[in-house]
Design a protein around this ligand. Structure first.
Ligand code: MG
Length: 226
């Protein structure tokens, strides 16, 4: 019984990866670089995007916004005059707590791929399930805010292990918290040794320039020869 269950999960992930490759082919064909942007709810994904998108001069950005319900974040980002496409997992996809490749596939026809260089996919806020599903991204960026506690890398290792960049957000709050930044970094290195990390504050703007440069570099990254 147990073995059958594992098999079904493996098949589902295989199917996801096949669709993710199809998404990736579409993005590559249009020269669009894609970031899968993930975090727990409330870590500051949307606010960080509000901060960084206006600074990405010369790069045409689009956002694919994933939420269980509603379009509050999409409405905020649309105010920045970037094309925003909303995916709601409820009711379309059973209220799932993450985006998978098929959900992103369903949105591809609505994405202005001809008109953008960089697509940021803001995933559903969740530290568990989004990490399990590739959606066709070039890079994964996660946000870990200092109000979440130092233990999160140890409790949700897959998320921390499968991203290229960790944004440690809300550092302006450090003087007010009993939070050991050194301990968080130690735990981060325990699950993903040497992963790139940036200290940022969406509130004060600290570190946003460094993140902007990272996104610019990604958007300009040349395709590896086939
Ligand atoms: Mg958000």
């Amino acid at each position: 019984m147990h073995r059958t269950k594992v098999r079904v999960v493996e098949d589902a992930l295989d199917a996801n990866n096949t669709i993710a490759r199809a998404n990736r082919d579409d993005f590559d064909r249009h020269g669009v670089k894609v970031v899968n942007f993930m975090s727990a709810p409330g870590a500051g994904k949307t606010t960080l995007l509000e901060r960084v998108l206006p600074q990405l001069e010369g790069i045409r950005v689009g956002v694919l916004e994933g939420d269980v319900q509603g379009s509050m974040d999409a409405d905020r980002l649309a105010g920045l005059h970037v094309p925003v496409t909303q995916i709601n997992t409820d009711p379309g996809f059973g209220g799932e707590c993450h985006l998978d490749a098929n959900m992103v596939r369903s949105a591809v026809p609505s994405l202005p791929l001809e008109e953008i260089d960089l697509l940021v996919i803001e995933n559903v806020g969740n530290l568990v399930c989004p990490a399990e599903f590739r959606v066709g991204e070039d890079a994964r960026v996660m946000v870990c805010s200092v109000t979440e506690g130092e233990d999160k890398p140890l409790k949700y290792p897959l998320m921390f292990r499968t991203c290229e960049l960790v944004l440690i957000n809300k550092i302006d709050l450090l003087p007010h918290l009993e939070f050991d930044l050194g301990k968080l970094l130690y735990n981060l290195d325990a699950v993903h040794p040497g992963v790139q990390r940036m200290m940022v504050s969406a509130r004060t703007g600290e570190g946003i320039g460094e993140w902007r440069n990272w996104l610019s570099t990604l958007a300009a990254r040349a395709e590896a020869p086939a």
